[in-house]
Design a protein around this ligand. Structure first.
Ligand SMILES: Cc1ncc(COP(=O)(O)O)c(C=O)c1O
Length: 378
């Protein structure tokens, strides 16, 4: 983060929305137009699960995606990071085994570790998690407390699960008493309508025999500074989570809940998401083009279909930390693959994000990264 904010460094490291894209004017106008009662509520404590008005408008927003809001309970959380952290507390006792993907979002690794979990990570490919390995892990005698996955524009992998792989995942969990945490922080940021089918959350069908806890966030579709996310979970799990949240922060910020509620109710959210989608698509295309032009042929990566990231895989013995040192000396940063490895060892991979860079920066920065790769890997 400190390197990433240095003005002389081009940062492909952060998972941050574009600074220039935030709807500053719209939000200012929305707050001004609120009645006195709502403005005062913004300064006040609110109920632990969220302000009723936001629960209603957010519920409508999620229902439009086909999520079963009426047969589950919705909770507003302080970022979806808090949803993960609460779920970790609800499920994990020290020494318990949990299943994640490899690679895995670092915030989830941190949340699960802080509760004393042993993490078994299962590789993902372009279509999703490795089903044979998932079955093997699910069948071990010490039961796993849950499986955590990010099927929609994975962080850091960028991939989008196929519908078939999600079906197989559900089948592998059914009847094994392993709940699923489905993290959908990036699903709204798709680049092509052809992928809409693959974006249907597993939670939307609430499959028999698997408790699915679905998490999402305003961070990438409004702004992470609001610190607002959500969790949609079966009643019994939700109740436990409400108690945990009560002791964590009493309630999420009322101020930003009032704003998020007004943003949804005004209808501005749909137009805003559509506009940032277009911009991230442009940035992704620019980075893809630069990578095609500059990277050596031995680096493997995939064209992004949405979200913020491109994941590079280098030859087996390559060390991304060495590449990072060279890249910093040249004036660019990225995140090394071992950061996203629950075992902290596999490091022949690197994450590049295009979300917070203008195309000119991408065009200047990628040759620096490519030179650093060549200097280390030949
Ligand atoms: C996959 C994933 N889940 C959850 C989060 C947490 O986001 P927030 O707490 O801002 O909602 C992030 C943030 O980058 C993420 O990448």
């Amino acid at each position: 983060m400190s390197l990433a904010s240095r003005p002389d460094i081009i940062s492909f490291a952060g998972g941050m929305p574009g600074n220039d894209l935030f709807p500053v004017d719209e939000v200012e106008e929305l707050f001004r137009s609120l009645d006195e009662r709502s403005k005062r509520a913004a300064f006040q404590y609110g109920p632990t699960p969220g302000l009723p008005s936001l629960l209603e408008s957010l519920g409508g927003f999620l229902e439009r995606k086909g999520l079963p809001v009426r047969t589950n309970r919705l909770m507003v959380t302080t970022g979806s990071q808090q949803a993960l952290s609460i779920l970790a507390k609800a499920f994990i006792d020290p020494g318990d085994r949990v299943l994640t993907e490899y690679p895995c979002f670092i915030g989830a690794i941190a949340a699960f570790r802080s509760c004393g979990a042993e993490i078994a990570s299962i590789p993902v490919d372009e279509e999703g998690i490795d089903i044979a390995m998932l079955r093997e892990e699910a069948d071990r005698p010490d039961p796993a407390k849950f499986l955590y996955v990010t099927p929609y524009f994975h962080n850091p992998g960028g991939m989008l699960y196929t519908s078939e792989r999600k079906r197989q995942l559900v089948e592998a969990l059914q009847g094994r008493d392993i709940p699923l945490i489905e993290d959908d922080a990036y699903g709204d940021l798709w680049f092509s309508e052809e992928h809409l089918d693959r974006l249907k959350p597993i939670k939307s069908s609430d499959p028999d025999g698997v408790d699915v806890c679905y998490t999402g966030s305003f961070s990438k579709i409004l702004g992470p500074g609001l610190r607002l996310g959500w969790m949609l979970a079966p009643e019994a799990i939700w109740e436990k989570c409400e108690l945990i949240k009560q002791s964590a922060d009493a309630c999420s910020p009322s101020f930003t809940q009032v704003i998020a509620d007004a943003f949804i109710r005004s209808g501005k959210i749909d137009g805003y998401i559509a506009s940032v989608r277009q911009e991230y698509k442009r940035r992704a295309a620019c980075m893809s083009e630069a990578l095609r032009r500059h990277l050596p042929a031995y680096v493997r990566w995939s064209e992004p279909k949405g979200g913020f990231y491109i994941w590079l895989t280098l030859p087996g013995g390559a060390d991304a930390t060495e590449i990072l040192k060279r890249a910093i000396a040249g004036g660019a940063v990225f995140v090394t693959g071992s950061t996203f490895d629950p075992e902290g060892s596999r490091n022949n991979t690197m994450r590049l994000s295009y979300c917070n860079n203008a195309p000119e920066e991408i065009e200047r920065g990628i040759p620096i990264v490519a030179d650093a790769i060549r200097a280390v890997c030949g």
